[in-house]
Design a protein around this ligand. Structure first.
Ligand code: NAD
Length: 328
């Protein structure tokens, strides 16, 4: 298991405590071309969102005897699926471990940012009870645009409906669940034009790369709030920084960042920040960032470990699994 943290070990050990446990070797190292040798002799590797599963790494895995890749996450944009198929390997994932965790974190980010809780927390601790700069806005009556209306998008819509917001949405497929929640499908351009808040919940694909770029921002309302708990590269960060500087974008809350690979999940507090774009984002009082923690609840970690162990057991028993990613 690559990119393993103490919490992964804790949850996986608990779920692996059966009569016939799998032998798991926990590695802190990220899976890359350099570390791939650590998997030698392992029938399966378990990887996470920022592990590199490009052709060279998969080639290395195959050479070391690995047959299965078990992603302990839903997304697989970091995997070269063509190479997986070509090398005759199989790949499984955890399609949904807790969409509620991600949806709730999305609202937590918005409420924190809008009501300036992150700033108020520090002020009050220092005995500063001034309210200057802490003005927020009511959510009731606002229009929220949701891009990607799958499991998480629908739950986010439900939460926003609870706050009295109008929900408009766009997706390549219409979801009946979204309609039953009162979500109204519109074109992406109309969504950009009408939304006070835009929340991203579609996967990172070639077609969604930099979905929020200079042109898209130009179509948005002045004063828009953008939320991204999906994948960093849905947003062109440089274009968003420009939008924040001009005030076209009033608030930005993100749990994901396009270059997070070199930053997130590690304590880098004693290092000199090398990413100037990220460093610029940190300077805005109206930008709130968490380090890919939207999924991070006890419910989700239990489910991730349970489903991943189940996937491996299934693969071992019959060489196939219901959570296989289609390579066709
Ligand atoms: P899902 O598959 O249930 O829904 C994704 C939706 O996006 C689908 O309805 C799909 O049709 C739609 N979509 C695809 N292409 C689109 C496009 N071009 N425009 C608009 N919509 C499009 O997935 P989900 O479980 O709701 O997860 C959504 C995303 O959340 C995942 O792709 C993943 O990247 C992200 N995620 C983040 C975290 C985190 O911790 N921050 C955790 C889990 C998932």
């Amino acid at each position: 298991m690559f990119s393993s943290k103490s919490y992964d070990e804790q949850y996986f050990k608990a779920e692996n405590a059966s009569e016939r446990p799998h032998e798991i070797i926990f590695q802190e190292a990220k899976l890359t071309e350099r570390s791939v040798k650590l998997a030698e002799g392992s029938q399966a590797v378990c990887a996470f969102v920022n592990d590199h599963l490009d052709r060279a790494v998969l080639d290395g895995l195959k050479a070391g005897g690995t047959e299965y890749v078990a992603m302990r996450c839903a997304g697989f944009n970091n995997v070269d699926l063509k190479a997986v198929a070509e090398f005759g390997m199989k790949i499984v994932r955890v399609p949904a471990y807790s969409p509620n965790a991600v949806a709730e974190h999305t609202l937590a980010l918005l409420l924190t940012l809008n009501r300036r809780i992150h700033r108020a927390y520090n002020r009050v601790r220092e005995g500063n009870f001034s309210l200057n700069g802490l003005v927020g806005f009511d959510l009731n009556g606002l229009t929220v645009g949701i891009i990607g209306t799958g499991k998480i998008g629908c739950l986010v819509a439900k939460l926003f409906r609870g706050f009295g917001c109008h929900v408009i949405c766009s997706d390549v497929f219409e979801n009946e669940m979204m309609k039953s929640l009162g979500g109204c499908y519109v074109s992406q351009d109309e969504l950009f034009k009408e939304s006070d808040i835009i929340s991203l919940h579609c996967p990172l694909l070639e077609s969604t790369y930099h979905l929020i770029d200079e042109e898209a921002i130009g179509k948005m309302k002045r004063g828009v709030t953008i939320l991204n708990t999906s994948r960093g590269a849905l947003i062109d960060t440089v274009a968003v920084i420009r939008g924040l500087k001009t005030g076209h974008i009033e608030n930005l809350a993100i749990d994901v960042y396009e270059e997070e690979d070199n930053l997130f999940f590690e304590d880098q507090s004693s290092e000199v920040m090398q990413d100037d774009i990220f460093a610029r984002l940190l300077t805005f009082p109206n930008v709130l960032i968490t380090g890919h923690q939207a999924f991070f609840t006890d419910t989700a970690l239990t489910q991730i470990a349970r489903v991943t162990i189940g996937n491996l057991t299934e693969l071992e028993a019959r060489g196939a699994c219901e959570n296989e990613i289609s390579l066709g």
